[in-house]
Design a protein around this ligand. Structure first.
Ligand code: FRU
Length: 493
């Protein structure tokens, strides 16, 4: 995953002392860095702490990803933007930290935002600058894919342009897009009722922005502040994704705290979004602040921070890095519902495989299968007679055992990571409704698992304790089932 920094700059850049200091810190770290304790498939930051994906976009034929970044410690601090890029979403190259909190309007942090390739060949970054008095204002910077210059007229949406009734310190995370020769931007905002909304702006020149109105809002039903919105068209629908804070579950599909939310509706991609449904994006414990891009071949790809604010303050005592991204996922909408599947580029990294066809199990536990350390496993499940319960165990016992159980009576899946070596009491269980089970796909990396149920109709992502060696996988059934197991080992050098 490591690679040297390259600068292909023909633009002139004056880096601030703060940015130079952060770049020097990274360079020093990289001289002796040993990445053997990093996940194989999941992108991590260079050093220190990372949270949200930012600026996930294409630039000069490659996919760039920036991230919320505090290089100096493994805990959140004044936010910089770290930077990596990829050609295939699996292998990433490191680039130097892109921007630092080095002006009066972003002294408290360069918060989340987005990026865009401009027609003149420059790369635009749009982010939230947190002023020393905590006010959040929208700012821009221009660059060449490695170096960036903040616009002299920042902030482009200053505090006094925030519409009446919107909080000055909860107005953030601009996601920019282009439509009909204009720039549009959605941001998260908190309104009079104290709960979240998504606001839309429009601009002709990136420097002057007009407020177009509220696209959708929580009304205190779907959490408080809505963070990190994205807004795009997919399979004939308009889609908003956002990450609500302080959710109170309305029914079993939601959980308390930080959540991700997909709103599917109709509209013209501008101000008239009409919501038809609201669903969680991922049912796991560690998935937050997703952001998307559109690939050259027209695929909508989503990546998220594979953590949550409710789980992120454990487990980084002995490391000089913390935080990782989810595997990028392809999105589609079928019958009004969001489907997700791992990027197809993953298949290029398959090595050995294990295949067992028509395994018949009746009121028993299967043998244990060795699928390697990092794998992509699919189970086709065909209930026979009556199948009351189907469980999949990853690992045989604590402290490295994770179980997911489908219960046909409650029609739900429960994931249980309580027998993992986690030294704090963070959420260990999640349950979600699944009417009938026919397919489970698991992407297992060294320290995480991403589950795709029934071809990605539902997903569930979580961090797991990292064992010393491989864990075996077994199935256990109450009733009878026939299943096929196909698993591909993955190797990324
Ligand atoms: C979401 C978030 C964003 C904010 C950033 C700060 O995880 O709270 O709203 O911009 O993190 O790091």
């Amino acid at each position: 995953m490591l690679s040297g920094y390259q600068s292909n700059s023909r633009m002139a850049f004056m880096n601030s002392e703060k940015l130079e200091q952060a770049r020097k810190y990274e360079t020093e770290y990289l001289k002796n860095a040993d990445e053997s304790d990093r996940p194989m498939l999941h992108a991590t930051g260079t050093v220190g702490w990372i949270n949200d994906p930012n600026g996930f976009s294409m630039y000069r034929g490659e996919y760039h990803l920036f991230y919320q970044y505090h290089p100096y410690t493994t805990f959140w601090g004044p936010m910089h933007w770290g930077h990596i890029k990829t050609k295939d979403f699996i292998k990433w190259d490191r680039l130097p930290v892109a921007i630092a909190p080095d002006t009066d309007y972003d002294e408290k942090g360069c918060f989340s935002g987005s990026a865009l390739e401009l027609e003149d060949g420059r790369q635009l970054l749009m982010y939230t600058g947190v002023h020393f008095d905590e006010h959040q204002q929208q700012c821009i910077a221009f660059g060449d894919g490695v170096n960036y210059e903040k616009y002299k007229g920042n902030p482009v949406i200053p505090t006094d342009a925030i519409p009446e009734g919107h909080h000055l310190i909860d107005f953030r995370d601009p996601k920019i897009y282009q439509k009909d020769n204009r720039f549009y931007m959605v941001a998260g905002s908190r309104t009079e009722d104290g709960s979240g909304s998504i606001v839309l702006y429009e601009s002709e020149n990136l420097k002057n922005w007009n407020y177009l109105g509220i696209l959708d809002r929580s009304d205190n039903l779907l959490g408080k502040m809505w963070e990190c919105p994205d807004y795009f068209e997919l399979d004939g629908k308009q889609v908003i994704i956002t990450s609500p804070q302080d959710m109170i579950p309305l029914d079993a599909k939601w959980h308390s705290g930080n959540q991700t939310l997909v709103l599917i509706g109709t509209g013209d991609g501008k101000a008239n979004f009409r919501r038809q449904s609201a669903e969680p994006i991922d049912f796991g414990m560690d998935f937050y602040a997703p952001q998307t891009l559109l690939t050259k071949d027209g695929r909508r790809i989503m990546i998220a921070w594979m953590q949550s604010w409710d789980t992120c303050n454990v487990g980084h005592e002995n490391r000089d890095w913390f935080g990782q991204m989810s595997l990028p996922r392809e999105l589609s909408i079928v019958n009004g519902k969001l489907y997700q599947s791992p990027v197809r580029e993953l298949e290029q990294y398959y090595t050995d495989s294990v295949e067992k066809s028509a395994l018949y199990l009746e009121n028993e536990k299967s043998e244990s299968f060795d699928l390697g350390l990092v794998y992509d496993m699919t189970l086709n499940i065909r209930p026979k007679k009556e199948m009351l319960r189907f469980a999949l165990h990853i690992g045989e016992q604590g402290p490295y055992k994770t179980t997911l159980t489908y219960d046909a009576i409650t029609q739900s899946i429960t994931v249980d990571r309580s027998l993992n070596a986690i030294r704090r009491e963070i959420p260990t269980h999640r349950s979600f409704g699944v009417e009938s089970l026919n397919k489970l796909r698991i992407i297992k990396d060294i320290n995480s698992m991403e589950l795709f149920v029934n071809d990605g109709a539902q997903t569930c992502s979580m961090m797991l304790a990292e064992p010393d060696g491989k864990l075996t996988v077994s199935m256990e059934v109450v009733g009878a089932v026939e299943c096929d197991l196909i698993s591909h080992n993955i190797q990324v050098n």
